[in-house]
Write a protein that binds this ligand. Structure first.
Ligand SMILES: [Zn+2]
Length: 497
């Protein structure tokens, strides 16, 4: 599997990397540099003009308009509350595709639905209780709160009732003889580092823990385990489970997989350390045939270079436990707002501004894969690409995966963004799961650099709901994405790759 993936899926070191670099960056100093790049100069060695005065004026106007618009919030509110959970294959996911396409048409975009075949996994019954444990009062059980991991196979309908073995990490599991694991339920009790998240490195904390969700079931099955549990990958202490996709491997038995809450992981670990702890586990998810769905592609044609494309995007699908407000209705809404503002202000981008609402980021990346299949030959003309997929927390700047020279070129843009506290320019290893094929092809990539302290409290839980979005912060994210996108769309020259 790939080493660095999205925040929603697997090894997302991203937010943490970003925060770590940002903490030591000198953004304010950059923003205070003289405006040499803005002013025509006779000197042949001077930095060429990248942003015309008119473009810079337009960027300021876009920023102000984003900060007073309620369009983005209305979009995420509709997706979360009117449409609801949007796991691929669901009626809600289909409705969301139709909704975004309609809204983008209403704004005046040229809209295409590009077909994607998506997985259709459906959650079933998910219950567990400890049926035997040290010190047990006769005739009692203890309830365990959990949720199936995406893609999990089911247990038999009546469930399994077997001993549990609790380990902290892969190394501890590997140190056990096969007979200690064979026929049992393995629990990976690997903690999410809440202190790290509290310091703004939520992505790092997530990246450290999520490997168990992705790869735990395969590791456990290799030693003969009959089911795999993981400690939920997230930061809150409200006995709430976090779902997310898990992976199986060809040739290794597929075993049922679920995430228990942090509190229940502690309980099981405490009891299992004292003696035999048996669990009755019932999981009845189903994998149904693939379903036809689509990426929504909405263009505002460029006036000078229509073939050159600047993408703003988020993923439209969400997990099924909640309404997908922060993951990633917010990202879709911010992308939609960019198109809305460009049209509302009657701006004429030189290059095509393309909104993409991706499908199936959470459990397969089929939308991203299909776009690459259909458009890879055009990537040389994809001028810049954004995906916003880290919630809607206050942005402090822009993450960039670009030639370092692009960071310098963007300094006049950062100066404008600094007016809302978002002027940091940060070179990053990775921007977004859906845009990864374009990142790899060298297309300059960007996203708002967001406050990640609270995101993983709600990520992939039943609590990813609209109330978690602060309208002002969503507006700030829309401002950052719209300003950056329009700057790329109207740059006077091509960017170094
Ligand atoms: Zn996401």
């Amino acid at each position: 599997m790939r080493p660095i993936l999205s925040l929603c899926k697997n090894h997302a070191l991203l937010l943490g990397l970003i925060a770590a670099i940002a903490a030591s960056s000198t953004a304010f100093a950059q923003a205070a540099q003289p405006e040499a790049s803005l002013t025509p100069s006779a000197s042949p060695s001077a930095t060429p003009i990248v942003f015309a005065e008119q473009t810079l004026a337009d960027l300021k106007q876009l920023q102000q308009a984003a900060l007073t618009s309620d369009y983005a919030f209305k979009q995420v509110a509709h997706l979360a509350n009117n449409v609801g959970p949007r796991l691929t294959g669901s009626a809600q996911a289909a409705k969301a595709v139709e909704y975004v396409a309609g809204e983008m048409k209403a704004v005046g975009c040229d809209v295409q639905l590009e077909k994607v075949m998506v997985p259709h996994w459906v959650r079933g019954i998910e219950t567990a209780e400890l049926t035997q444990f040290p010190g047990q009062a006769a005739g009692t059980t203890q309830k365990i709160v959990l949720c199936a991991l995406g893609g999990s196979v089911p247990t038999p309908a009546e469930g399994i009732n077997v001993d549990t073995v609790c380990v902290r990490d892969f190394e501890e599991l590997k140190s056990l003889p096969r007979e200690k694991v064979n026929g049992k339920i393995v629990l990976f009790n690997h903690s999410f580092d809440k202190h790290m998240a509290a310091q703004g490195h939520g992505g790092d904390a997530y990246g450290q823990a999520v490997a168990y969700r992705s790869d735990g079931p395969v590791a456990a099955a290799k030693l003969g385990a009959v089911a795999c549990l993981i400690r939920s990958v997230g930061g809150a202490d409200y006995r709430i489970p976090h779902t997310g996709q898990t992976n199986y491997e060809e040739g290794i038995p597929k075993i049922p997989a679920a995430a228990v809450t942090a509190e229940d992981a502690d309980l099981i670990a405490y009891l299992a350390a004292q003696g035999e702890t048996r669990m009755h586990l019932v999981l009845t998810p189903q994998t149904l045939p693939d379903v036809e769905s689509a990426n929504v592609i909405a263009d505002i044609k460029g006036s000078e270079h229509p073939e050159q494309i600047v993408i703003v995007s988020g993923h439209l699908d969400s997990w099924d436990l909640a309404t997908g407000a922060i993951d990633d209705g917010a990202g879709v809404a911010v992308a939609m707002e960019t198109a809305h503002l460009v049209r509302q202000l009657h701006l004429k981008p030189k290059r095509t501004v393309r909104v993409i609402a991706w499908i199936n980021e959470e459990n397969g990346s089929r939308g991203s894969t299909q776009y690459e299949k259909d458009h890879a030959s055009e990537f040389a003309n994809h001028f810049a690409v954004n995906e916003t997929d880290g919630g809607a927390g206050h942005p402090t700047g822009l993450n960039l995966k670009t030639n370092p020279e692009v960071k310098k070129i963007l300094e006049p843009v950062a100066k404008i963004l600094q007016e809302i506290g978002a002027g940091t320019l940060n070179l990053s290893e990775h921007i977004g799961a859906d845009i990864e094929p374009m990142e790899k092809a060298g297309v300059p990539a960007f996203s708002p650099m967001q406050d990640s302290r609270f995101y993983f409290n709600y990520h992939h839980t039943p609590a990813d709901t609209l109330d978690k979005i602060v309208p002002r912060e969503l507006q700030e994210n829309a401002a950052v994405v719209a300003v950056a996108a329009y700057a790329f769309a109207n740059a006077e020259q091509s960017l170094p790759r």
